[in-house]
Design a protein around this ligand. Structure first.
Ligand SMILES: Cc1cc2nc3c(=O)[nH]c(=O)nc-3n(C[C@H](O)[C@H](O)[C@H](O)COP(=O)(O)OP(=O)(O)OC[C@H]3O[C@@H](n4cnc5c(N)ncnc54)[C@H](O)[C@@H]3O)c2cc1C
Ligand SMILES: NC(=O)c1ccc[n+]([C@@H]2O[C@H](COP(=O)([O-])OP(=O)(O)OC[C@H]3O[C@@H](n4cnc5c(N)ncnc54)[C@H](O)[C@@H]3O)[C@@H](O)[C@H]2O)c1
Length: 465
C-alpha cells in the first residue's frame, strides 16, 4: 500500500474536476486527480455531452444532405445506421481523451485510476485500478464525481432492450421504433437524433409541455418541428410498467395505453455519484438524489472539502461545471476572481437547436415588468436563405422604458452560438446593456448575427406603433 501526499486532490475528471485540477495546478499547488475510468474526460466525454452531440451532428449532416435539392440532382437520399453514427461519435471521444490527457501531463497533475472513498477529511482510499489500496492525502479535496442516469426499480435495465442515456451508446442495432420516457433535455435530444435517423419515435412526457422552463413560444416551436419530423409526442402520461420481451418491449401507461417498440429509453432524471464515497466517515450527507449542498465558494459543510459539477445538482451542465471547478480551486488558493455562477445560458441540441439566456415572457409577465419583444425570423435573413437553414427565430425581450435587454431566446440552426452575442451585451454594465447596441453598430453581412439588428429594429418599431 503506497501513500501519496498532495495539496489538492480532485475526485472525478469530468469538466468540473478537470478545471478544478488545472486552476489549482496553475496556481502552483501539487495536484492529483482520481477517476474510476481508465480514460480521463468523465461521463461528459464518454457518455453524456460529447457522444450525444457527435451523434446529433452526424444525424443533422445526413438530414441536411438528404434535403438539399442540389445534392438530389446528383444522387438519391442516403440512409445511415446507428452503428455508423456511433463509430463517428467514438472518434470524437478519442480525440477529446487524448487532448485532455495532455492537459494533465503538461500541468504536472498526477493521475490515479481507481475508485476513491473517504477515510477521513484529508484521506482517500483507492479501490480497483493499478493503484488499488493506495492512500492519498491532501489539505483540500474537491468532489467532482458527476452523476448517472436515475434507474427506477420498476425497470429491468439488465434486459438488452431497456436502455438509458449511458447504455443507448451500446445499442447494436437501429430499432424501427423506440419509446423514450421523459421529455427533458435528454429525452428531447435523443428523440431528435432517432427521428433524424428515420426511427419512429414515441416521446412520452409526464409533463404538459416540452421543456417547460423554456420560453413558451420556443417550446411550442420545438414541439411543432419535432412532430413535423415524425416524433409522436404524448403529453401528461405517467409510467405504469414496462415489459421486456425477446423481440420488443411493451410500455404500459397509467392512462391504459400500451406502446410497443424494439427499444425503450428511460430518460427521466439523474442521480449524483456520492454513494460510493463513504461520506459517513466525514459526516457529510447527500440528499435523496445523491447531491451535495455547497456555499457560494462551492465549499461543503466540511471546511476543506469542495463539491462541483453535477454532484451539486442545478444546473447540471458541462458548461457550468467548467466554471464551478475553476471557482472552487480559486477559493482554495484565496483567488476569488471567478465567483458563484447563476446567469447560465441554456443550449439544447434538439433538431432544430434552441438556446436562451435571461428571463422568458412568462417570468417577466409574472414579475409585472413592462417588456417588449423584437423578433427576427431566420427566413427573412440573407444568410439563412443562402444556407437553406431558414427555420428559426431570434427573440429579444427588452424593457419598454430603458431598452435594457431582459432575455434572449433563439430557435434554429446555430442557436446556441448566436445566443452568445446577446449574452455579451446583456452582461455590459453602466447602461451598456440596451437594445441600442444592435442598431448603432454595423454587423457583417450576410451573417446570422444580423438577426440581432433585424430583431432590434422590429422591437423599436413596436414601441412606436
Ligand atoms: C446525454 C447527455 C447529454 C448532455 N449534453 C450536454 C450539453 O450539450 N451541454 C452541457 O453543458 N451539458 C450536457 N450534459 C450534462 C453534462 O454532461 C454534465 O453536466 C457534466 O458531465 C458534468 O460534469 P462533472 O465534471 O460534474 O462530472 P462527470 O462528467 O459526470 O464526470 C465525473 C467523473 O467522476 C468519476 N467518479 C465518480 N465517482 C468516483 C469515485 N468515487 N472515484 C473516482 N472517480 C469517480 C466518474 O467515473 C466520471 O468519470 C449532458 C448530459 C447527458 C447525460
Ligand atoms: N444540452 C444540454 O444542455 C443538456 C443535454 C442533455 C442533458 N443535460 C443535463 O442532463 C440532465 C437531463 O436530465 P433529464 O432529461 O433526465 O431531465 P431532468 O433532470 O430534468 O429530470 C426529469 C424528471 O425526473 C425527475 N428526477 C430527476 N432526478 C431524479 C432522481 N434522482 N430520482 C427521481 N426523480 C428524478 C425530475 O424531477 C424531473 O421530473 C439535466 O440536468 C440537464 O441539464 C443537458
Amino acid at each position: 500500500m503506497a501513500k501519496h501526499q498532495y495539496d489538492v486532490i480532485v475526485i472525478g475528471s469530468g469538466p468540473a474536476g478537470e478545471s478544478a485540477a488545472m486552476n489549482a495546478a496553475k496556481k502552483g499547488r501539487k495536484v492529483a486527480i482520481v477517476d474510476r475510468r481508465a480514460d480521463v474526460g468523465g461521463n461528459c466525454t464518454h457518455q453524456g455531452t460529447i457522444p450525444s452531440k457527435a451523434l446529433r451532428h452526424a444525424v443533422d449532416s445526413l438530414m441536411k444532405y438528404n434535403r438539399n435539392p442540389m445534392f438530389r440532382a446528383i444522387s438519391e437520399p442516403k440512409v445511415l445506421d446507428y452503428q455508423t453514427m456511433l463509430r463517428s461519435a467514438n472518434q470524437v471521444i478519442s480525440k477529446q481523451v487524448a487532448m485532455r490527457a495532455r492537459f494533465y501531463a503538461r500541468n504536472h497533475v498526477a493521475m490515479f485510476h481507481g475508485d476513491a472513498s473517504f477515510v477521513d477529511k484529508n484521506t482517500l482510499l483507492l479501490r480497483d485500478g493499478e493503484h488499488a489500496n493506495d492512500i492519498l492525502r491532501a489539505e483540500h479535496i474537491v468532489i467532482a464525481t458527476g452523476s448517472r442516469p436515475y434507474r427506477p426499480p420498476e425497470v429491468d435495465f439488465s434486459h438488452p432492450r431497456m436502455l438509458d442515456s449511458d447504455t443507448i451508446l451500446t445499442m447494436t442495432e437501429t430499432p424501427r421504433r423506440i419509446v423514450i420516457y421523459g421529455a427533458g433535455v435528454i429525452g428531447c435530444e435523443y428523440a431528435s437524433i432517432f427521428s433524424g435517423l428515420g426511427v419512429k419515435v414515441d416521446l412520452v412526457n409526464p409533463g404538459a409541455r416540452l421543456l417547460a422552463f423554456m420560453d413558451d413560444e420556443i417550446s411550442d416551436a420545438l414541439s411543432y418541428h419535432m412532430r413535423n419530423h415524425g416524433v409522436l409526442i404524448r403529453h401528461n402520461e405517467t409510467f405504469k410498467s414496462v415489459k421486456g420481451l425477446d423481440d420488443h418491449i411493451e410500455l404500459t401507461l397509467e392512462s391504459g395505453k400500451v406502446l410497443k417498440a424494439e427499444a425503450f429509453m428511460w430518460a427521466n432524471g439523474r442521480t449524483g455519484n456520492t454513494d460510493g464515497l463513504n461520506l459517513e466517515s466525514i459526516g457529510l450527507e447527500a440528499n435523496s438524489r445523491g447531491q451535495l449542498v455547497v456555499d457560494k465558494e462551492y465549499r461543503t459543510s466540511i471546511d476543506n472539502i469542495f463539491a462541483v459539477g453535477d454532484v451539486i445538482g442545478w444546473p447540471s451542465l458541462a458548461s457550468a461545471a467548467y466554471d464551478q471547478g475553476r471557482s472552487a480551486a480559486g477559493a482554495i488558493v484565496n483567488d476569488f476572481t471567478a465567483t458563484y455562477f447563476t446567469d447560465i445560458p441554456t443550449g439544447i441540441y434538439t433538431i432544430p437547436e434552441i438556446s436562451s439566456v435571461g428571463k422568458n415572457e412568462r417570468e417577466l409577465t409574472e414579475a409585472k415588468v413592462p417588456y417588449e419583444v423584437g423578433k427576427a425570423y431566420f427566413k427573412d435573413t440573407a444568410r439563412a436563405q443562402i444556407t437553406g437553414e431558414d427555420t428559426g427565430v431570434l427573440k429579444i425581450l427588452f424593457h419598454r422604458d430603458t431598452l435594457e435587454l431582459l432575455g434572449i431566446h433563439c430557435f434554429g440552426e446555430q442557436a446556441a452560438e448566436i445566443l452568445h452575442i446577446g449574452q455579451a451585451i446583456m452582461e455590459q454594465k453602466d447602461g451598456g446593456n440596451t437594445l441600442e447596441y444592435f442598431v448603432s453598430h454595423t454587423f457583417n453581412y450576410p451573417t446570422m448575427a444580423e438577426a440581432y439588428r433585424v430583431a432590434a429594429l422590429n422591437g423599436l418599431n413596436r414601441l412606436e406603433d
